[in-house]
Design a protein. Structure first.
Length: 277
């Protein structure tokens, strides 16, 4: 005799929630990553949270360049770049220019499981770094400070965000409000020419000189002018269609560069006449 099965719904546990998620937890002893609720529940882009979780799960020394991240995720360079820029602006990522083996200047990336926590002590800090880039400074350069007595105008918020993120990459790149307002138009021009915030920060901070004796705004102004990307090429105008012509055979309008017969009339004229057989 077959077992009878009841169609009555299962009775919920007395301590069960009336609705919402119920966690079924497993104790992990290997191959797991601890994420703070501040990161896991971060409002905004899910791509940013996913990129952060993935980076935190990687071992030390793993590459987190955009190309490596794009090979793992389906999202394109623009969204991955935006996610890295957001994480760096909020303090989850930090890029530092340091002296590597043999005196070579390298850029190191630090990832924090809680933003704002120091990753090193003063004894770990790199030695003072080299003279600004030698040679003349070609091209027009924005002035770091406006003339005395003039009130600084509010900078483009997009450009100000890029300039503010530079100090997370290199602690020497701390800019005043006047310097930010002076450099912002050049950064906004880069953004308008299709360069993303992460790429701009890369161009301004990669391979910085070993030592900066003057205010960093002068060096950043030089790089913004010397490395300015080209303007995007204007899209070519679409070809204009041929004008309308009246067919010499049937008076039907058709498009053609010059007067004549339409396609149907040309094909009919090309067929041999049955009377000619």
């Amino acid at each position: 005799m077959a077992d009878t099965q009841s169609s009555a719904p299962l009775r919920a546990r007395a301590d069960a929630h009336a609705s919402g998620v119920t966690h079924i937890r497993t104790r992990h002893t290997a191959n797991f990553t601890v994420l703070s609720n501040r990161l896991a529940q971060r409002a905004g882009s899910a791509v940013t949270v996913g990129v952060a979780a993935y980076i935190l799960s990687l071992p030390d020394g793993a590459s987190i360049r955009i190309d490596a991240l794009c090979a793992h995720f389906r999202e394109g360079r623009a969204r991955i770049s935006a996610a890295l820029n957001e994480l760096e602006a909020e303090g989850w990522l930090e890029r530092r220019v340091e002296r590597g083996p043999g005196g070579r200047i390298v850029t190191r990336t630090f990832v924090y499981d809680a933003p704002g926590r120091p990753g090193r002590t003063e004894s770990d800090a790199p030695p003072p770094v080299a003279e600004p880039e030698p040679g003349p400074e070609p091209g027009p350069q924005p002035k770091p400070d406006p003339k005395p007595g003039s009130a600084p105008t509010a900078p483009d918020p997009r450009a100000a965000a890029v300039l503010g993120s530079l100090r997370h990459r290199d602690r020497r790149l701390v800019l005043s409000e006047r310097e930010t307002a002076a450099l912002a138009p050049a950064v906004a021009e880069w953004l308008d020419r299709g360069v993303g915030p992460y790429e701009i920060a890369e161009a301004l901070t990669s391979g910085l000189p070993d030592r900066i004796d003057r205010r960093p705004a002068r060096l950043l102004a030089y790089r913004l002018a010397a490395l300015r990307p080209p303007s995007p090429a204007a899209d070519p105008a679409p070809p204009r269609p041929a004008p309308f012509q009246d067919c010499d055979g049937c008076d039907r309008p058709f498009r053609a560069p010059r007067p004549g017969r339409c396609r149907d009339c040309r094909e009919a004229a090309a067929k041999p006449s049955p009377l000619a057989a």
